[in-house]
Design a binder for this molecule. Structure first.
Ligand code: PLP
Length: 382
């Protein structure tokens, strides 16, 4: 029985060619020619004021928190059903994450609950586009405009998805994407900060380069560089940027490959959804998605665990997602949960992500499908 992993990174020959080129360039630190090419591509595809590669999405979120001038005593509204970095970036600035429940259908922040969580201390709303499917941005942007709040998109999983024809990462004031190995487009560890609000462009470069004006110095705008602001070392090396450039050039092929696998799963589980045995992902009409992940929701935690164990016994890796932050030790210590989060709790208990990668062949997908179906039959016959 051959092993089916959860993820297989898509790597082509071009990644190796570009790494070789980066080494030959004798420019291995950050902000070299490969970084510039990645910036230009991302800026164009996202229609952004500024894009800065970072060594992770976590770093990009930390930069966003600094740029948004989030401070001690501020509150930041966000889902609890997310990765730790969504909250940690703001806790590092002394702010309090305020956890709000998610929608049943998309597992995204429930826009109808946001206003009740706003207080005079609220500074920003952080949206997470779960599985690369957009939040209800029209409502969220409207709330932010009326309440004077900054919108930050955690688009870690969202590259190449759209909302009403606009790319995720282009909708908030600031956005962060991830190029971690588990994402669609990868550079090992990597990410990018997207600046959509022009007023933050000059400062973003300073924070990126350890609080110095080194980028201006490289452009010949100042005759020496010096310490002018807070910041850190957020830029990735040229080797990472070389890998990323090759990946960005292959975005169409990678996305198409993932979507093919996604569709095959979706078609196979339709009848099981009709019988009320599983729930499949919901893609709202005004969203297109990037096939980042395929998940199923089972009726309860024990059913999910039974299916996961069955798959593990058959050498197939399927994984749950997110211990809700509001119930984690650090989330309880640093965050605030003004109202119960029943949908978050229920979703975290019942969700299982299936193996998916670009280039996954039909035989592998069908093996996973068969395994889920066998597990369901076994659970229901008990
Ligand atoms: C929603 C979300 N935000 C942030 C991150 C962190 O990304 P990175 O590993 O690039 O720091 C992840 C990683 O999985 C994520 O899923």
């Amino acid at each position: 029985m051959s092993h089916i992993p959860f993820n297989v990174p898509h790597i082509g020959e071009r990644e190796l060619d570009y790494i070789r080129q980066a080494v030959k360039n004798r420019h291995l630190s950050g902000n070299g020619p490969f970084t510039a090419k990645c910036h230009a591509r991302l800026r164009q595809s996202l229609n952004a004021e500024k894009v800065l590669l970072t060594h992770s999405c976590t770093a990009a979120l930390e930069m966003a928190a600094i740029l948004a001038e989030v401070r001690a005593g501020d509150e930041v509204i966000m889902p609890s059903f997310t990765f730790v970095s969504t909250a940690n970036a703001f806790v590092l600035r002394g702010a309090t994450p305020v956890f709000v429940d998610i929608r049943e259908d998309t597992c995204n922040l429930d826009e109808s609950l946001i206003e009740a969580a706003v207080t005079p201390r609220t500074k920003a709303i952080v949206v997470v586009h779960y599985a690369g499917v957009a939040c209800h941005m029209e409502r969220i942007l409207d709330i932010a405009r009326r309440r004077g709040l900054i919108v930050i998109e955690d688009a870690a999983q969202g590259l190449r998805s759209t909302y009403r024809g606009r790319p995720l990462g282009s909708l908030g004031d600031l956005a962060a994407v991830s190029f971690h190995e588990t994402k669609n487009i990868i550079s090992g560890e990597g990410g990018a900060l997207i600046v959509n609000n022009a007023r933050w462009v000059p400062r973003s470069e300073l924070i990126w380069e350890k609080g110095t004006n080194r980028t201006q110095f490289h452009r010949g705008e100042v005759d020496k560089y010096t310490w002018v602001d807070i910041g850190s070392s957020y830029l990735p090396s040229e080797i990472s940027a070389a890998v990323l450039l090759a990946q960005l050039e292959a975005t169409d092929a990678i996305t198409t490959g993932r979507l093919q696998a996604w569709q095959r799963y979706h078609a196979a589980f339709e009848s099981w959804e009709r019988k009320g045995i599983v729930r499949r992902p919901v893609i709202p009409e005004d969203c297109s998605h990037n096939g980042h992940l395929y998940y199923l929701l089972f009726p309860d935690a024990s059913c999910r665990s039974a299916v996961q164990s069955f798959m593990r016994e058959h050498n197939i890796d399927a994984v749950f997602h997110y211990v809700p932050l509001h119930s984690s030790p650090a989330g309880r210590r640093f965050g605030r949960t003004p109202a119960p989060l029943p949908v978050t709790d229920r979703t975290a208990d019942r969700l299982l992500r299936l193996p998916l990668w670009a280039g996954m062949v039909d035989r592998e997908i069908d093996t996973v499908i068969d395994s889920v179906v066998h597990a369901i039959v076994e659970v229901h016959s008990e």
